[in-house]
Design a protein around this ligand. Structure first.
Ligand SMILES: *Cc1c(COP(=O)(O)O)cnc(C)c1O
Length: 421
């Protein structure tokens, strides 16, 4: 531990909540260097939807490396990239009737978001992007400008502009008609809102508090965008790749975004990889106009291809995730029911779930008490007021039950500290 404190920057974050040194990891468990197991309901913030060191994905990776196949190729053509593209087209795009082109923008989620924003601005010739309260889109300047969190925004050191923020679903009183404000501004030539290039939205806000937009709200937004000729960007970096059940989180709403960002679990193995997808007619990029050294990280494409083949060839994996999500929600509802005095309630969709508390001190304690009991949980929301469950989608029902039992105990302990009787 001393090594990290001496040498690693103060910017380090998650490690402060989990002050142990991790070493091994398999499936839904990680182990510290002393061999103590932890059940992982964090899953790399959604980068490990298929678990740690998934054996089937690992063998494809090891074989690729052992055979001296090309690892780094910038954006030169490679066999691994061709196989990924063909598999993505066959298994993901075609069955969903999506005619998207694929950009490899660089390895991180923020690379995919920056490319999406640049492309929307270039295509429309406009500057303003509409974002939503409590949205999260990454830490680079463009992505940070459309992110809500004031502490993270403060790290920029320069103005973050060309953005107009609108209320996310259920941000107001639950009575105000959806998009009343946005529609009014778009219709009024005196409103002061420059015509936006695009909106950027998450279907479920992962960092912002596990706020799930309703299908109706998403459809309303999609229609509004069409009506006013504004591009719709869905940031599916955390909620895509099956997190809510379907491969894309927007499928349930029956909408087709103009631009989609994916990263986190697209390689399936926790290897860095990101994609920006967009409708064919939006492909106005010039060669090399947006680039990056690690766009062609072939090992990630190899495990990504294997993931699509193994988990997405039919809809059984999506159905299993939805069933597990319903089970988790039912158990969380029971837990929440024990604690009306601190305003406990359940949020989310699929296997992205949250146990929120009106008393904003509780969720942080729930996470700490869970850690003591061998469960890794993150908190979410502007005041960390939500205990966030993001287990690997491959987590078994027994493991889910074991983790939820720990959460129930941890919540009892956390509420006792906050409200001693
Ligand atoms: C994690 C995340 C990002 C940023 O991805 P990085 O790899 O951290 O740059 C962007 N959008 C959403 C919704 C995310 O969850």
């Amino acid at each position: 531990m001393e090594t990290f404190q001496r040498l690693e920057s103060e910017v380090r974050g998650y490690c402060r909540n989990w002050p142990v040194v991790f070493d091994k990891a398999l499936g839904s468990h990680v182990y510290d260097e002393n061999g103590r197991p932890y059940l992982d309901f964090f899953a790399g913030a959604g980068s490990l939807n298929y678990g740690h060191n998934n054996p089937e994905l690992k063998s494809s990776l090891i074989e690729y490396l052992t055979d001296d196949r090309i690892v780094h190729s910038l954006d030169a053509y490679s066999v691994a990239k061709r196989e990924f593209l063909e598999t993505f087209e066959e298994i993901i795009l075609k069955p969903r009737g999506l005619d998207y082109k694929v950009q490899f923008p660089g390895p991180a989620g923020n690379n995919a978001v920056e490319a999406a924003l640049k492309l929307a601005r270039k295509y429309t010739g406009r500057q303003t992007i509409v974002n939503f309260t409590n949205g999260f889109h990454g830490m680079t300047l463009g992505a940070l400008a459309v992110t809500g969190n004031s502490m993270k925004r403060g790290g920029a050191g320069v103005p973050l502009d060309h953005v107009a923020t609108m209320p996310f679903d259920n941000y107001l009183d639950g009575q105000t008609p959806d998009f009343l404000w946005l529609r009014s501004l778009l219709e009024d030539s005196g409103s002061g809102l420059d015509k936006p290039a695009a909106v950027i939205v998450e279907t479920v806000q992962g960092e912002g508090g596990i706020n799930a937009a309703s299908a109706g709200w998403l459809r309303g937004l999609s229609e509004l965008c069409r009506e006013y000729d504004i591009l719709m960007i869905v940031d599916d970096i955390q909620m895509g790749c099956g997190r809510t059940g379907d491969f894309f989180s927007f499928e349930e709403a029956g909408i087709t975004p103009d631009i989609v960002t994916l990263s986190k679990s697209i390689s399936g193995y926790g290897l860095p990889m990101a994609l920006t997808l967009f409708k064919r007619e939006l492909d106005v990029w010039g060669p090399g106009e947006h680039n990056g050294t690690f766009r062609g990280f072939n090992p990630a494409m190899v495990t990504g291809t294997e993931t699509l083949r193994r988990y997405w060839s039919d809809d059984s994996f999506a159905r299993a995730t939805k069933a597990k999500g319903d089970m988790v929600a039912a158990r969380l509802t029971e837990i929440a029911g024990e604690f009306p005095q601190v305003g406990a309630h359940v949020r989310g969709r699929g296997l992205a779930r949250g146990l929120g508390f009106e008393d904003t001190s509780i969720a942080k304690r729930v996470a700490a008490e869970s850690f003591e009991r061998g469960l890794l949980l993150e908190t979410s929301g502007p005041e960390d007021e939500v205990a966030k469950l993001l287990p690997a989608l491959t987590t078994t029902e027994e493991e889910l039950t074991a983790g939820l039992d720990i959460m129930a105990d941890a919540t009892r302990a956390a509420v006792k500290v906050a409200q001693p009787v």
